[in-house]
Design a protein around this ligand. Structure first.
Ligand code: FES
Length: 335
């Protein structure tokens, strides 16, 4: 992006001569801003919003009805795997179809062949893997939110198009039209790469299915959270201690403190119901034991951090992780 003519009298040029000022941030160029603009542009597509809303209306109630279904939880990855399955599975079709591209590029035999060759085998295996990957992706999509949901839908539509192109490529390959098969395979891989880019945006930029409490360590020392008299029994209560959001809960004299930000996608646990000392996230229904944070129902796959508590001078105090010692302690265990 041009920011000025660079000639005398041009305010931008004058600014350059005077040197950078603290009050004027550097101009953002399209080269570094396009990915954010792309997500915003996708989010504004009217037909994508309509389709997303329609799918949500159809799939939302189905998901709610089957929230306790272990197969659905396994498709997320769930507490047994410890992280989402979809990103790991997505490597399979990408890798297999990349193999097709390499074989096609290095195959010097011009004679048309009918039947399935090595590239065809990889293509077929990638199609099977893409089916499983799509299933896990659709399942994750049902527990996404807002803009992530729209971008995620576009990511899924691109992958569906890539799957269709790869299927057509395999069909023409088996029929012996190798030139057409190669062209369709290359088109499929290009669309897969675009879809993969959007998947990367969702994970690395938006943190979809990334633990929202991975960096939750505060407070480093015992910190007052709430006056003991202000905590009602059997009622989830949100407090903030040194910037960390915590849910307090007292039941029959026992006190529990758990990170209030749901590890799955940031729902506020204090707004969810508690039964049998287990809190249910109001956003997508993950359940966590108050005593140790263990997941008893997904889509969350990571335990929720719990904090030790104590009562001092009428105050409930909480503490997060302990600071790492500056040098290794010899002959002493960590407190
Ligand atoms: S935010 Fe999704 S289950 Fe809590």
């Amino acid at each position: 992006m041009r920011t000025g003519s660079g000639q005398a009298g041009d305010p931008a040029a004058a600014g350059q001569q005077a040197g950078p000022t603290l009050s004027s941030p550097p101009a953002t160029t399209p080269l570094v801003a396009w990915h954010g603009d792309l997500a915003g542009w996708l989010d504004r597509l009217g037909w994508l919003r309509t389709l997303s809303d329609w799918l949500t209306a159809v799939l939302g109630p189905v998901r709610e009805r089957h929230q306790d279904n272990l197969v659905l939880e396994l498709l997320h990855g769930g507490r047994w795997v410890g992280h989402p399955l979809h990103p790991a599975l997505s490597d399979l079709p990408i890798g297999l179809w990349a193999g097709v591209m390499v074989l096609d590029a290095t195959d010097r035999d011009p004679a048309p062949r009918r039947g399935i060759d090595a590239a065809g085998m990889l293509s077929a295996a990638g199609i099977l893997a893409a089916g499983a990957t799509a299933l896990t992706g659709l399942n994750d999509w049902t527990v996404s939110n807002d803009q992530d949901r729209r971008v995620g839908l576009f990511h899924g539509l691109l992958n569906t198009a890539a799957l269709g192109l790869q299927g057509a490529s395999l069909g023409t390959r088996v029929a012996g039209h190798r030139g057409t098969a190669r062209a369709l395979g290359a088109a499929s891989f290009a669309v897969t790469a675009a879809a993969g880019y959007l998947g990367g945006h969702l994970v690395f930029t938006k943190g979809v299915m990334v633990s929202r409490v991975a960096w939750a360590i505060e407070p480093r020392r015992w910190t007052r959270a709430l006056q003991e008299a202000d905590l009602p029994d059997d009622s989830p209560t949100a407090v903030v201690a040194e910037g960390r959001q915590i849910m307090l809960y007292r039941h029959r004299g026992s006190l529990y403190a758990i990170d209030n930000i749901c590890s799955h996608a940031g729902g506020l646990l204090s707004r969810g119901p508690v039964a049998d000392l287990t809190v249910t996230c109001p956003l997508h229904g993950s359940r966590f034991a108050l005593a140790d944070g263990c997941v008893s129902r997904g889509p969350a796959s990571q335990p929720q951090p719990v904090l030790p508590t104590r009562i001092r001078n009428g105050w409930i105090e909480v503490r997060g992780s302990q600071p790492t010692p500056r040098r290794p302690t010899k002959g002493r265990t960590q407190p």
